[in-house]
Design a protein around this ligand. Structure first.
Ligand SMILES: Cc1ncc(C[n+]2csc(CCOP(=O)(O)OP(=O)(O)O)c2C)c(N)n1
Length: 363
């Protein structure tokens, strides 16, 4: 219903729950208040996990990390997936991966430099973090094609950013998905920036969602800090994908409150006033207003939710740090199935130097 009702070419955008907590009941998706409350609690854990990752990086206990802060409602889309569906993340989907059931300690381990953090429980159908911008939609389309050929009623949800949307592979992925009517949902989190490059430099099109029309399938722009809009649209898109009705493109407008990654200094390209202007649109604030109006949230309970979230995150940090299994030679063992002669030489040299570089050159 959402994809038919809102025309991205005319700049129409789906928003169901507004900042003041008012709900457009006629658009309300089939998600119960209990489920919304459960998601709110998980999004609080997500936010605590995200903030902790930032601290760990600053303390030298984690490598470069890409924060989720501000994009939590977008990532709640992963909660709509069913068993058998697939989640294909970029590098900013810690929250989505957590909601799908990937243990936080495993995710942390990856960002701590341990490739074992990319060994995800197979039954979850989650692909590893993908760093090359725009590459993962092609993988998603490959999986969706396989699902279709095997006649499985399962869909694929793939995440990418506004910057990725102007990569060639994303075009190829969407075109292929359109031609073969594949069960895939393209979820573009438009957080307005690709590091320092603003959305206006990615495309002359009014919306990213409208590009779907050129590929022959529906596109929808929605407000990505509104959990109800995200839930409703993703649910509709996944359902229709499973029923063989082909792909959909969702452009979720959101805002990244933090840096692009821990290696970025956003004050170089956007003002603090701009960030301050966006903070009242925090997706968690909006949910709190909604839940409070229904007697499902109070300050006292918030204190408990936050304390429980912190404890869960601390436990995950301890588990991640005590379980690091990385060995630098993993780099050689797991990047290619068969080492090239040059890499084989480098590996031998590396091992001869005593693994941790006592005087050897590791090229
Ligand atoms: C192919 C490729 N080019 C460049 C980079 C460097 N890079 C990392 S993230 C990024 C910006 C991506 O922005 P966007 O797709 O909007 O996603 P966001 O990071 O905002 O979530 C760039 C250019 C990369 N990782 N891969």
């Amino acid at each position: 219903m959402y994809f038919d009702a809102f025309d991205p070419l005319r700049g129409e955008r789906l928003e169901i729950l507004d900042k003041e907590g008012a709900v457009r009941e006629e658009l309300r998706p089939p998600v119960s208040d209990e489920e919304i409350k459960r998601l709110y609690v998980r999004l609080t854990v997500m936010r605590a996990a995200d903030r902790t990752a930032l601290h760990l990086q600053r303390e030298g206990r984690m490598g470069t990390y890409a924060p989720v802060w501000g994009q939590e409602a977008c990532q709640a889309s992963a909660a709509v997936l069913r068993e058998g569906d697939w989640l294909v993340p970029s590098y900013r989907e810690m929250g989505a991966m957590m909601l799908r059931g990937v243990p936080l300690a495993t995710i942390y381990r990856y960002w701590m430099g341990d490739e074992w953090g990319n060994a995800l429980p197979e039954a979850l159908h989650v692909l590893p973090v993908s760093i090359p911008v725009g590459s993962q939609p092609l993988h998603a389309v490959g999986i969706a094609w396989a699902q279709q050929l095997r006649k499985q009623k399962a869909a694929v949800l793939v995440y990418f950013g506004d910057g990725a949307s102007s990569e060639g592979e994303v075009h190829e992925a969407m075109n292929f998905a359109g031609v073969f009517r594949l069960p895939v949902v393209f979820f573009c989190q438009n957080n307005h920036f690709a590091i320092s490059v603003p959305r206006s430099r990615q495309s002359a099109a009014r919306t990213i969602a409208q590009r779907a029309l050129g590929y022959g399938f529906p596109g929808l722009q929605l407000y990505g800090n509104d959990l109800l809009a995200v839930w409703g649209a993703v649910n509709e898109a996944l359902e229709e994908a499973r029923e063989g009705k082909g792909p959909k493109l969702i452009e979720a407008l959101t805002y990244r409150f933090g840096p692009h990654t821990t290696a970025d200094d956003p004050t170089q390209y956007r003002s603090e006033e701009e960030v301050a202007r966006n903070l009242p649109y925090d997706p968690l604030l909006r949910l709190r207003v909604y839940l409070k109006a229904r007697g499902l949230w109070s300050e006292e309970e918030e204190t408990e939710i936050v304390a429980a979230a912190r404890a869960e995150v601390e436990q995950a940090v301890a588990e991640a740090e005590s379980g690091i299994r990385a060995d630098p030679s993993d780099l050689f063992d797991y990047t290619y199935e068969t080492l090239t002669p040059c890499l084989a030489r480098q590996k031998a040299e590396f091992l001869a130097a005593g693994r941790f570089g006592q005087g050897g050159s590791h090229g």
